[in-house]
Design a binder for this molecule. Structure first.
Ligand SMILES: Nc1nc2c(ncn2[C@@H]2O[C@H](COP(=O)(O)OP(=O)(O)OP(=O)(O)O)[C@@H](O)[C@H]2O)c(=O)[nH]1
Ligand SMILES: [Mg+2]
Length: 279
């Protein structure tokens, strides 16, 4: 894969610091507001303002969609306050989708994808609210699709060793071996199959039948990558450093893990009887 070569790594990491900001502003703003970042939230009041401000301060203009599941801590109210700063009568850059209650990450993303397609965005990115994903890496994911011909760019913790900061060893091992397990069972050429930091080209989301995605937790991330690969799209892993959240609470649960473990086997067996017609 391109990302594991020296040149892939160089392009991804070092040049971002070496080249002047203006270079990226010219390169990345060639198509204004063609990209949206979807951030699902549940009880993220400690992070939400900071993460939105961080995305809007990047050299590339990304619009943002927050999909909030009626967070009891009032995350949505903070988003509404920020909408006053970032939106005008003419332009909406910060969108908020409010759902009635906690319905899981997978369904939040599916609804977000449909919204992004409907609004005409060409590139759709997804990111957690808790700063585990560095907003600066959004530009790199975007460029891997918009400029370097990929249909799905995956912010990968395991493309070059293990790039995870502050997770307890047990969690690192679980996540790493879960990804290995998925690779072995499905045959997908991706090291980090549960990654939640990605950029899709519109064509991918138009081709995958979104209403048939049935997983809600980590397995959702696996299924989306699996289908992108099965439909013959070009995918690529971009090495990133993943940092454990320092604010707010994790929503990881044993149920999410169980869904992925058995779901991956079921998904693979079912795929033997399906035809994937490229979009
Ligand atoms: N809308 C919505 N967002 C969710 C739901 N569950 C989690 N999220 C959000 O999805 C993102 C990832 O969730 P986390 O709790 O950070 O899960 P994680 O990253 O796997 O777990 P940690 O590494 O422990 O933080 C965060 O932005 C959450 O707020 C949900 O049911 N609905
Ligand atoms: Mg997290």
């Amino acid at each position: 894969m391109e990302s594991s070569s020296f040149w892939g790594l160089f392009r991804t990491h070092f040049y971002l610091d070496l080249l002047p900001l203006e270079f990226f502003q010219i390169l990345t703003n060639r198509h204004l507001n063609n990209a949206i970042v979807i951030i699902p939230t549940y009880n993220e009041k400690e992070n939400i303002t900071l993460i939105i401000d961080s995305v809007f301060s990047l050299a590339k203009d990304f619009d943002v969609l927050i999909v909030d599941d009626n967070s009891p801590d009032g995350t949505d109210k903070l988003v509404k306050d920020l909408q006053k700063n970032y939106n005008s009568d003419q332009v909406t850059r910060l969108h908020l989708m409010q759902r009635p209650g906690k319905q899981g990450l997978g369904t939040a993303y599916i609804e977000g994808f449909k919204f992004a397609l409907q609004q005409g965005y060409e590139f759709v990115l997804q990111m957690d609210a808790d700063f585990s994903h560095n907003p600066k890496d959004l530009i790199s994911l975007y460029l891997h699709c918009a400029e370097w011909g990929n249909d799905l760019a995956i912010g990968s913790r395991y493309a070059t060793g293990v790039n995870v900061v502050n997770w307890p060893m047990g969690r690192v091992l679980l996540s790493f071996f879960a990804s290995k397990y998925v690779q072995i069972i499905t045959g997908i050429p991706v090291h980090d199959t549960t990654a939640g930091f990605v950029c899709y080209r519109r064509k991918v989301l138009e081709t995958i039948p979104l209403d048939t995605i049935k997983f809600v937790g980590y397995a959702f991330q696996i299924e989306m990558k699996f289908l992108t690969w099965k439909y013959g799209f070009r995918l690529n892993e971009v090495p990133i450093v993943f940092t454990d959240r320092t604010r707010g609470q994790s929503k990881m649960s044993a149920g999410i893990f169980k869904e992925a473990f058995f779901g991956v086997m079921q998904m693979t067996i079912q795929s033997w009887f399906k035809k994937y017609i490229p979009g």
